[in-house]
Design a protein around this ligand. Structure first.
Ligand code: DGJ
Length: 338
């Protein structure tokens, strides 16, 4: 039987720590089943790849949630991705729902920006309708348009329909909201982001109607609108590019206003900078009363694909939305609230 020479043994001992270090790093695929939300950490899909869905929103179809977001390379925008989940913790990659066009003359030519995509379902046309903030290739943030795309399946592929400035108004950061009566609205930053506007959509959800109101004019963006207890709440951020700033929330009993400012809903350490994030959507948890998840992006402008997801529960304190930091939490948090 061969014996190890002392030289071989010494070499093996020398290499041993290196072998230990050569374990999978944090960026390597990790296929674990999630049972909680860990805001700001690396979030993997069920294939073990990092989730790439920034500035996103979520749509519930039956018992399945679909999360749409910006697919980012280091800087470049690469279309809109879609992921599905039944439990909100574990997300299956469903592909690129809206792909940039290879035609350089196209509105959504590769190299354009499609930011903050949101999808709603139109029961009359049986179509999934996506709206997003479109900036034309090579024009920075000058075009300020809303883009629209449709699909007959939540996973796409979505077909580009058109883009425009709603009623002639500049349109940058945006969200969509469907009211209890099925009427849908586009809430958007306008006039170089000084005005926040709300336009009612046409019955097919493909265009903005002339019912288009200025909600308030205090330089806000990243709108996230939700409704509970007969009241509408609108969380927004300030306008500081990719840098975080202070959030605010407004309340109204009618979408058309008046909208009353309620101050900053974020509480605790680093609240003044929204925990380093910026609002994108408020997600109603199915089957639970008053259970809403505040979704925000902690942008990393040096590597946009590595921007992190901050999902936190919205609590109601004195009838006002309140959001505190939690390193890890799960949906039972909402049980404890009752
Ligand atoms: C802030 C917006 O909220 C983001 O969606 C993005 O457009 C950045 N500005 C770009 O600086």
């Amino acid at each position: 039987m061969p014996t190890l020479s002392s030289a071989t043994l010494a070499l093996a001992l020398l290499l041993a720590p290196a072998l230990v270090v050569a374990q999978p790093s944090s960026s390597a695929p990790a296929k674990t089943k999630n049972t909680s939300f860990k805001p700001g950490e690396l979030w993997y899909d069920t294939d073990g790849n990092l989730i790439n869905a920034h500035g996103g929103g979520v749509l519930l179809v039956g018992k399945t949630y679909y999360w749409y977001g910006e697919k980012r390379a280091q800087h470049q925008e690469q279309g809109v991705t879609v992921y599905s989940s039944k439990d909100l913790y574990n997300w299956k990659y469903e592909g690129v729902a809206l792909t940039p066009s290879a035609d350089p003359q196209h509105d959504i030519a590769a190299g354009c920006l499609m930011e903050r995509p949101k999808v709603i379902y139109n029961a009359k046309t049986k179509q999934y309708v996506m709206w997003f903030h479109l900036e034309l290739k090579g024009q920075g943030y000058k075009a300020a348009r809303a883009g629209v795309a449709v699909s007959d399946k939540p996973t796409g592929p979505f077909r580009y329909v058109s883009s425009f400035r709603p009623n002639g108004h500049m349109s940058r950061d945006m969200g969509l909201f469907v009211d209890d009566d099925g009427a849908a609205y586009h809430v958007y930053s306008s006039r170089e982001n000084y005005d926040l506007r709300l336009a009612r959509l046409s019955d097919d959800y493909l265009t903005a109607t002339a019912q288009d109101t200025m909600l308030f004019s205090n330089h806000r963006e990243a709108p996230a609108l939700f409704k509970t207890g007969g009241k509408y709440y609108l969380i927004t951020s300030g306008c500081t590019g990719w840098d975080p700033n202070e959030a605010s929330v407004h309340v109204a009993t009618s979408l058309l206003g008046p909208w009353q400012p309620l101050g900053d809903p974020i509480t605790g350490p680093n609240a003044k900078l929204t925990f380093g994030g910026q609002s994108t959507y408020v997600l109603p948890v199915a089957g639970r009363k008053d259970a809403f998840i505040f979704m925000a992006d902690r942008w990393n402008p040096k590597d946009l694909k590595d921007s992190r997801y901050l999902w936190l529960p919205v609590q109601f304190k004195n009838n006002q939305p309140s959001i505190k930091w939690l390193d890890a939490w799960d949906l039972t948090f909402f049980n404890k609230q009752l």
